[in-house]
Design a protein around this ligand. Structure first.
Ligand SMILES: CC(C)(COP(=O)(O)OP(=O)(O)OC[C@H]1O[C@@H](n2cnc3c(N)ncnc32)[C@H](O)[C@@H]1OP(=O)(O)O)[C@@H](O)C(=O)NCCC(=O)NCCS
Length: 118
């Protein structure tokens, strides 16, 4: 059964200042930060942050998380050996499948999430 869906679109020029530590600390989990530190290309840094931010906003929508309970650190969006993104959550997700898809251009990053109960 579908428990929730979420979608988010991020304009990358709005987040270009987010490469500063204070924003990275807020948005990226430790695992994501490790991946981020390996990126050398400036535009790729931006699409990485934008993609993670869009993914987490989409997750909040899919979980219907109220603003007060939304914490970017609750989720890590990592990539498998094929590049496919997957979600690691600090919350109990044993009884559900979280499907996620991310896309980006030079100007935008977008993510779509479907939460399925098992
Ligand atoms: C994987 C692929 C579809 C990405 O498309 P793209 O137009 O280059 O890039 P987009 O901006 O639309 O998407 C990039 C995002 O795709 C996602 N992605 C990468 N590989 C993926 C895969 N194998 N399956 C699903 N999603 C994937 C990632 O989340 C990536 O963003 P991130 O690295 O910041 O997390 C493309 O490289 C491709 O066609 N590869 C060959 C075929 C393939 O592997 N298809 C995947 C289905 S098996």
């Amino acid at each position: 059964m579908i428990k929730g869906i979420g979608i988010d679109l991020v304009e990358l020029k709005r987040i270009s200042s987010w490469k500063e530590d204070k924003f990275l600390d807020r948005i990226l989990s430790d695992e994501e930060r490790k991946v981020y530190e390996t990126i050398t290309h400036e535009q790729r840094k931006l699409t990485f942050i934008g993609g993670r931010f869009a993914a987490k906003e989409a997750l909040f929508k899919a979980f219907s998380t109220g603003d007060k309970r939304a914490n970017y650190q609750d989720f890590s969006i990592l990539n498998d050996e094929n590049g496919k993104p997957y979600v690691v959550s600090i919350h109990q997700t044993k009884d559900m499948m979280i499907h996620i898809s991310i896309t980006h251009t030079d100007d935008y990053a977008m993510a779509y999430v479907v939460i399925e109960t098992l």
